[in-house]
Design a protein around this ligand. Structure first.
Ligand code: ADP
Length: 719
């Protein structure tokens, strides 16, 4: 870390030397080798894809994760309507009474829109209030005054096409070869670490997201939440982690079958690092696990197979939804109003010994089904093997399905899943960008894969850290010859998602609408005004946002689930700021001492034994880890143990809640007597008010409010 810090200092110095902003704006890293695409392309309506088609490109070996390729977007109005009417909106529904349904958030441009467009509605709101409606002249003045937002696209990889289009639409400035001075936004194709030298601005990846979304880690994170909130987290199929839980899995399945011999459960086995259906297979008996054959035991998740999915045209399908995590602190989540539905290509039958290997019947992956003779490339969004999600909803609505309920269940699933991921993400974040050191802030678009059960309950299959943002798709133009051809629907959905993500991350646009709260009440969380771009003269040429904020909007309903995040805040406090992710034994002792958790019946010797036992076991489960010490998951386990020990005979969630109160109370007392030290939290620039959960008591538990924990109030320097 110190080397890195030295580098950072040098770079900061270099940056100071390059002060002339105007000149710097024009500066591309390597003028001689600049990309054929001009850096400052002025906006011209929608790009003609046929002109820049990449037909004839040979078939890529490393295809990105399954994505959608429907060609038209219908029923978008419906999606929008449903999102606005979701069950959680609690009277905040803004559904229009106008006869025409509004088309919001598409990639289409509505130049000079009339009142039937959501943006103008919002302008009206401003006019009704204090803001004046700004005319074209004012807009161009504002636009002239405003420095174009700069985006480094040099690492964008397969999302480059969609990103370029988004930047052009926004009239921002692209740096395709990187830039010597800092950019406002860095767009990475794979990971936070694609470019190690960023010390300011915003990066479109969080450190640790790829790791957290591997199948085993996602299962672990959800499982921790299931221990505390089994009802709330029943949207994730029961899973076992291999190889460590092979015995447990075998025993539980045997018991199940012994108890009821008519039961014929099926399980799906997924390699930990697999994607696009690679290496996935179905089994009906633990003995059929292929991962235990040979000397090498592969890491995998074995999961209860959902036997009764919702079918359309007798086919199984899943949903790809795009979700933006705009910030971890405060937590801000957006969901794209349009998604994709990927269909199987063989009529579905419940699993039987005969059909277990029929991948085209059981797996919805585009990357697999595209090779089936039955794959239908359709020009319509509502037929074929890949459709828009809104077209599916439209179809369901026509059959009387309560799609408003389906949407609100999906929103809940997304928020709960992100809440499960946040604790560990914060640990990664602090390790990479410790408080007090220069670094960027982060945001990330995730791809949620969701299955609807026959009873319409959404089930989480997986979350992709790098959902494909390709806007072209692979097509077999003649037998065995594949080409990439432009996909208008991909463009429609994905350019909208990227462009509106950028709009939300625009440094000049991010505005705070915070009513300061002395007690950290979740009801008073930050609200981002998504229509703020209208004040900058851009909205006239852009549709309203296709991303809908769901958190903090629904904070009230979900904040009580953020218990593990509070445990992580304690962990981080004792971890200190040295860029590590593991707690040493002395730090653990300090935690016990500072929180006053030891007593005559729980001596410091017992504390040491607890530390060693749990840390060793987790070290065995995480063989790849290079760092020694106690990881967050181990700390959580220790915390649960301490809670159960101290508050016997209560349900775990209440035990944990009470222990959190004890710890936070003790630490708060100490914080008050300590000198505050300056620190840089992993807060996005415009979001200075922490939204850290202050209580996780559900309505059933007594409420006692605490101030948010100061993550770096006292860094322990042990280790
Ligand atoms: P990958 O990353 O390889 O695509 P997924 O977890 O998405 O792995 O699984 C691939 C496909 O298998 C999914 O798209 C879905 O069709 C099917 N699938 C996955 N998990 C389940 C499950 N628990 N029940 C039923 N089908 C599943």
């Amino acid at each position: 870390m110190s080397d890195h810090y030295e580098r950072v200092k040098i770079e900061l110095q270099q940056m100071k030397e390059v002060e002339n902003e105007a000149a710097a704006d024009e500066e591309q890293l390597s003028p001689a080798s600049v990309s054929p695409i001009p850096a400052d392309v002025s906006f011209t309506a929608r790009r003609d894809l046929s002109k820049s088609s990449i037909n004839g490109r040979s078939r890529s070996k490393s295809r990105s994760k399954a994505d959608g390729h429907e060609r038209q977007v219908n029923g978008k109005q419906l999606t929008d309507l449903m999102l606005q009417k979701s069950d959680y909106s609690q009277g905040q529904s803004r559904v229009s009474n106008e006869p025409n349904l509004h088309i919001k958030g598409t990639a289409k441009l509505f130049k000079g829109k009339t009142a039937a467009n959501g943006h103008v509605e919002s302008c009206k709101r401003q006019t009704d209030g204090k803001c004046e409606h700004h005319g074209k002249e004012d807009e161009s003045k504002v636009a002239k005054k405003r420095r174009a937002v700069t985006v480094d696209t040099s690492k964008a990889k397969t999302s480059l096409e969609a990103l370029k289009m988004s930047i052009r639409q926004l009239k921002w400035k692209e740096f395709p070869m990187g830039r010597r001075t800092a950019c406002d936004i860095y767009w990475h194709g794979v990971s936070f670490h694609d470019n190690e030298n960023i010390i300011s601005g915003q990066v479109n990846k969080f450190p640790g997201m790829i790791e957290m979304l591997r199948k085993i880690n996602l299962s672990r994170a959800v499982r921790t939440m299931q221990e505390l909130f089994p009802e709330e987290y029943n949207f994730y199929p029961r899973s076992w982690i291999l190889p460590e839980e092979y015995q447990l899995f075998s025993t539980q399945i045997r018991l199940l079958k012994d108890n009821d011999s008519t039961l014929k459960p099926t399980y799906i086995v997924k390699p930990d690092s697999g994607s696009q259906g690679d290496g996935i297979y179905l089994i009906r008996d633990p003995a059929d696990l292929r991962v235990i054959s040979g000397s090498q035991i592969k890491q995998a998740v074995v999961q209860e197979y959902i036997q009764k999915p919702l079918l359309i045209d007798k086919l199984k399908f899943d949903i790809r939804l795009y979700v933006l995590v705009r910030s971890l602190e405060p937590l801000e989540i957006y969901i794209a109003k349009e998604g994709l539905s990927r269909f199987c290509t063989e009529p579905y039958q419940e699993p039987s010994q005969k059909n277990l290997s029929h991948v085209f019947m059981h797996l919805t992956n585009y990357s697999l089904n595209v090779h089936s003779g039955n794959f239908v490339h359709s020009d319509s969004c509502s037929t074929g093997s890949k459709r828009t999600f809104s077209s599916v909803l439209y179809r369901l609505a026509s059959k009387g399905v309560d799609i408003k309920k389906v949407w609100s269940d999906i929103i809940a699933l997304v928020i709960k899943t992100v809440i499960a991921l946040v604790p560990e993400l914060k640990v990664y974040y602090q390790a990479d960008i410790p408080p007090g050191k220069p670094g960027p802030t982060c945001f990330q678009i995730l791809g949620f894969d969701i299955l609807l059960m026959k009873n319409l309950k959404p089930v989480l299959l997986e979350v992709n850290a790098n959902p494909s943002m390709r806007i072209e798709h692979e097509q077999e133009v003649s037998p065995g010859v594949f080409e990439y051809v432009p996909s208008p629907v991909d463009e429609e959905v994905k350019v909208g998602v990227i462009r509106d993500t950028l709009r939300l991350m625009d440094p000049a646009q991010r505005k705070q609408h915070v009513t300061s709260s002395t007690d950290g009440s979740p009801e008073e969380a930050i609200v981002v005004e998504t229509g703020s771009d209208e004040k900058e003269g851009l909205a006239d040429s852009l549709p309203s946002l296709c991303l809908k904020q769901v958190f903090p909007k629904y904070t009230k309903q979900f904040n009580y689930l953020r218990a593990v995040e509070r445990i992580a805040a304690i962990f981080l406090r004792f971890l200190g700021v040295k860029g590590t992710m593991r707690l040493g034994p002395t730090s653990f002792r300090t935690f016990i001492r500072n929180c006053k958790l030891s007593n005559s019946s729980f001596s410091m010797a017992s504390v040491d034994i607890l530390y060693i036992d749990i840390t060793r076991r987790w070290a065995g489960m995480l063989p790849d880890s290079r760092e020694a010490g106690m990881c967050l998951q181990a700390f959580i386990e220790a915390f649960f143990y301490l809670a159960a020990r101290r508050f016997k005979a209560l349900p775990l969630r209440e035990q944990v809640h009470l222990l959190l109160e004890v710890c936070e109370g003790a630490l708060e007392g100490q914080s008050h007597s300590e000198k505050p030290r300056p620190h840089r939290s992993h807060t996005n620039p415009a979001s200075s008010q922490s939204s850290a959960p202050t209580t996780f008591s559900s309505p059933a538990l007594t409420r006692r409010r605490h101030r948010p924990l100061q993550l770096s109030a006292k860094a322990n320097t042990e280790n």
